[in-house]
Design a protein around this ligand. Structure first.
Ligand code: FMN
Length: 389
C-alpha cells in the first residue's frame, strides 16, 4: 500500500509524525559558532509549519571541517546550545536531525585558520590556498571526530544523524576519482575510495547503536567529469546498504566545489553570489562565473529519474530530494517507493508549506527557484523573494 505523506513513519528507531523532511540548508545564524535564538527560531518556523523532521546544517566534526569559521563545531562547548535547540524543536512535535560533516576541500582554510584537507592536494578556489592531502593520522582522527560528534548530538537530544557523503565534502572527495589520486588503500578502486565513508558510518553505528537514526546524504551523480557518477554512485549506495549501518539514504547530487548548480537547477545567481564574496574571489567569479555557476533548467523533482534507478536497485529506505514543491509530486514519490521526501528551498520560501498542503489550502509551493537564497548563507539564510513581496 502506498504510504500517506502525512501519516506517521518509522525511521530506524525514531517515530516521525509524517514523511516530509526539511533538508539541510546552512543557516548562517551562528556567528560565534554557537546556537543562537535566531537559529532556534529558524528551525521552529519549519517545525511549527508541519515537517516531520528538520535538519540542522551543518555541524562540523572538526575545526578544519567547517566551510568557514562561523560554523558550529560539535563538542562540549556547543552541547548546551544544541540541547536547547533540540528541546525547542521537540516541543512542536517534530524531530531533529543534525547534518554531521567535514567540509574537506569545500572548507575555507583561510577563514578557519586551519589547513583544509582532501583526498589529494589541490588549490582551493575558495581560499586561494592549497588544500592538503589527508594523512593516515588525519583519517583516523576524522573518523574518531565523527563518532565524538555523533555521541555529543545524541546527548543533546538529536534524533537523527545525517552523515554528509555528497557535494565534494571530505567523504565525497575520496569517492570522486578526479579528486582522489591516491595510490594507497584509500584510492584507486571504488572499494578503496569508499573506505572512508563506510568506515565512518560503521564507527558511528557501532558507538550509537539504536540510540538515534543514522542516515547519509549521498550523490546520485556529482555532475562533473572526475566525480562519482553513473554505476559507481549506485554501487557505492549498494555497499552502504550491504553494510547495514544506515537507516536511510537521502539522494542528492552535484558538487559545492565543481558544479553547484547541478544540485539546484534554475537561475544561476552569479551577480548576487559574486557580491557576497571577498574581493579576490569576487573578481574570479566575474571571469569564471559562467563556468562555475552553470545553467540547468529547473524541473519539478529533477532527480526523480536517476533516483528511480536507485529505488529499483536498493531495498533500504530512500529520501527523494531535489525540486519538490507539490503535493502530487510527494504522492508520486510515495507511489514510486520512496519512503520520504526532503525539501529545502520550498521551505525557505514557505516554512509552513507542509501545513498548507495538508490542510488543502495549497497544492504547491511558491518558490520560483531563482536561487537568490544561495548567497544568503553568508549573512542569515533566507528567501530574498519574501522580503520583496
Ligand atoms: C541556501 C541553501 C543552503 C544549503 N545548505 C546545504 C548544506 O548546508 N548542506 C547540504 O547538504 N545541502 C545544502 N543545501 C542543499 C539542499 O539541502 C538541497 O539538497 C537542494 O537545495 C535541493 O533541494 P530543493 O530543490 O528542495 O531546494 C542548501 C541549499 C540552499 C538553497
Amino acid at each position: 500500500m502506498t504510504p500517506d505523506v502525512f501519516g506517521p513513519a518509522r525511521l530506524g528507531p525514531v517515530e516521525l509524525r509524517n514523511r516530509v523532511v526539511k533538508a539541510a540548508t546552512f543557516e548562517g545564524r551562528t556567528p560565534a559558532g554557537q546556537v543562537t535564538d535566531d537559529l532556534v527560531d529558524y528551525h521552529l518556523a519549519v517545525a511549527r509549519g508541519g515537517v516531520g523532521l528538520t535538519t540542522v546544517a551543518y555541524l562540523a566534526v572538526a575545526p578544519e571541517g567547517r566551510t568557514h569559521a562561523e560554523q558550529i563545531v560539535v563538542g562540549e562547548h556547543s552541547l548546551a546550545g544544541l540541547g536547547r535547540l533540540a528541546e525547542a524543536i521537540h516541543e512542536t512535535g517534530a524531530k531533529v536531525a543534525g547534518q554531521v560533516g567535514h567540509a574537506g576541500p569545500v572548507a575555507n582554510g583561510r577563514s578557519n585558520r586551519a589547513r583544509a584537507l582532501s583526498a589529494s592536494a589541490m588549490p582551493s578556489p575558495l581560499s586561494m590556498q592549497m588544500v592538503h592531502a589527508a594523512t593516515e593520522a588525519d583519517l583516523a582522527r576524522v573518523t574518531e571526530r565523527y563518532v565524538a560528534a555523533a555521541r555529543t548530538l545524541v546527548r543533546a537530544g538529536f534524533d537523527v544523524l545525517e552523515l554528509h557523503m555528497a557535494h565534494s565534502y571530505l567523504l565525497s572527495s575520496f569517492l570522486a576519482p578526479g579528486l582522489n589520486r591516491r595510490s594507497d588503500r584509500w584510492g584507486g578502486s571504488l572499494e578503496n575510495r569508499a573506505r572512508l565513508a563506510r568506515q565512518v558510518a560503521r564507527a558511528v553505528r557501532d558507538d550509537i547503536g539504536e540510540e538515534a537514526a543514522i542516515t547519509a546524504k549521498v550523490s546520485l551523480d556529482d555532475g562533473f567529469r572526475g566525480g562519482l557518477r553513473g554505476h559507481e554512485a549506485l554501487d557505492f549506495a549498494g555497499m552502504l546498504e550491504a553494510d547495514g549501518t544506515l537507516d536511510a539514504l537521502q539522494l542528492s547530487g552535484g558538487s559545492s566545489l565543481m558544479n553547484p548548480m547541478y544540485l539546484f537547477r534554475g537561475d544561476a545567481p552569479r551577480r548576487e553570489f559574486a557580491a557576497a564574496m571577498p574581493l579576490p574571489v569576487r573578481l574570479g567569479m566575474r571571469v569564471m562565473g559562467k563556468r562555475f555557476l552553470k545553467e540547468y533548467p529547473f524541473r519539478e523533482a529533477y532527480f526523480l529519474e536517476s533516483a528511480l534507478r536507485f529505488r529499483d536497485a536498493l531495498t533500504m529506505p530512500l529520501m527523494l530530494l531535489g525540486g519538490i514543491n507539490r503535493l502530487d509530486t510527494m504522492e508520486r514519490a510515495m507511489a514510486a517507493g520512496f519512503e520520504y521526501v526532503a525539501l529545502a528551498r520550498a521551505l525557505l520560501r514557505e516554512p509552513d508549506l507542509v501545513d498548507r498542503l495538508q490542510s488543502g489550502r495549497q497544492d504547491g509551493g511558491a518558490c520560483i527557484h531563482c536561487n537568490r537564497c544561495m548567497p544568503t548563507i553568508y549573512d542569515g539564510t533566507r528567501c530574498p523573494v519574501i522580503a520583496t513581496t
